[in-house]
Ligand binder design. Sequence first.
Ligand code: HEM
Length: 405
Amino acid sequence: MLRTLLLMLALTVPAVAQEAPTGGLTDPLVIDRSATGGAPTLEDIMARQEALRVDTDDRETNVVGDGTAPGPGTELGTRGAASDSHLWRGIRYDNADISATNRGPAATTLIQDGGMVWTQFRNDTMKLWGAWFMGGTLLVLALFYLIRGKIKLHGPPTGRTVTRFKAIERFGHWLLAGSFLALAVSGLLVLFGRIAIIPLLGHQAYAPIAVASKWVHNNISWAFMLALVMIFVMWVVHNIPRLEDLRWLMRGGGLFGGGHVPARKFNAGQKIIFWSVVLGGLVLSVTGVSLLFPFELPMYAAIFDVINATGLPQATGYGPLPVALSPQEDMQLAQIIHAVVALGLIAVAFAHMYIGSVGMEGAYDAMGDGEVEERWAMEHHSIWAEEAIAKRDGRAPPQDATPAE
Ligand code: HEM
């Protein structure tokens, strides 16, 4: 069930699951359990030890007892009614008829099969890969700085400036950046607290850090969502992909001495940042709100239904994604997707922060006071610059702005 999706997420990763671990894309081992009435056989135990993928369909559904299981007291039978394997299987696979006085949405799930897979993925695989990904990005940026250095202006400054971002645009940007950084720091403190901070500072010191991080994370999220809507509304027209973006990408944006590549308000690299932030931010917002209101917004069964209809999961060899999810599985999916997207977006933000500050001469001014040097505008966004300069000087915008090289 949930395991299938998590294994897909961790396709490139070594063994994730504890009980029915990775078997790659191979079919699960089908085991004849007729001799034990559905209970695990010696073959099951051996397969588990070899970390092979074992089919559990039979066990998941074999929960009512059809009279074929060995009776109490017989060889392979239970020791009495109190040890009812059918009942326990039903409880484990969420098929038993449970009633509880607690009316919470997850109250009747007594054992959640898949919980260990999620815990392991979150605590080991995800943290390890996330740390490497973020650290690797920082390393690549440092190397880039050492090799390429700061991207400087080629010509002399003109002494004239042109308005690049209005106050409202800069407000939206800094609200997004400020809230994102607060969410990133508090989220990382919670995720890596146990392995990175407790060993360093101890439990006593970590406790208030964790409480403060949780408060920041829960409350600043609204500012992030507001800012996301603001920048989307203000900048989406400038970020619609165009044919010239391909040309910009093919010339590497002129980063490695390829001359100036013409660009409008945003070049192809910036469009990639914009869409990563908008789409990643949307996923973070949806999964974040569902984590903020636990069990209130189950959504993955419906989403998986739509994905299954495309036939894609079946084509990968794993078969359809699960559409009957326990409340806990839904929350676990929200947590994993939230964290994986966040770790990816933090790495993207590192690259963006680098180029917007130390990486490029004159770039920061655009978001500082909104005015950029005319030379900078012509060298980095020539098509936009011609229009903006004409507007500033009260001239009609060029009809067919020739890219200034
Ligand atoms: C705190 C450090 C940051 C700095 C110094 C910074 C700087 C800048 C600058 C200078 C621009 C304008 C570039 C231009 O004139 O062409 C810009 C644009 C933008 N920023 Fe930031 N920024 C920061 C953080 C962030 C964060 C955390 C996000 C979102 C997660 C973000 C999202 C954007 C987006 C979507 C744009 C428009 C597309 C682009 O220029 O790449 N910024 N930023």
